[in-house]
Design a protein around this ligand. Sequence first.
Ligand code: FES
Length: 106
Amino acid sequence: MAKITYKDHQGNSKTINVNNGLSVMEGAIQNEILGIDADCGGAMACATCHVYVKDEWFNKISKAEDAEVDMIDMAYEPKKNSRLSCQIIVSDELDGLEVTTPEKQS
Ligand code: FES
């Protein structure tokens, strides 16, 4: 289990305990985090789960596959720390992870 902090672009945040094996997106959906719609259910086909990963965490999580990078290119305002939250799988090592939703997804 890991504590994941979800922030919106205005800095409002919610910290949730998310079980290992779930994605950061699934943790958001189960806890009604606004700004993560996950329209495709985690199939890497919508980018409505796009988040910015706090810089200090970006290199600690597994790298994005090419298909994820391609989808991020189509997301709203991608940045160098962009990820699809459906592709970040929670483990104990992610305890303290912080992600922020883009303004347009709020
Ligand atoms: S839920 Fe659709 S790309 Fe992540």
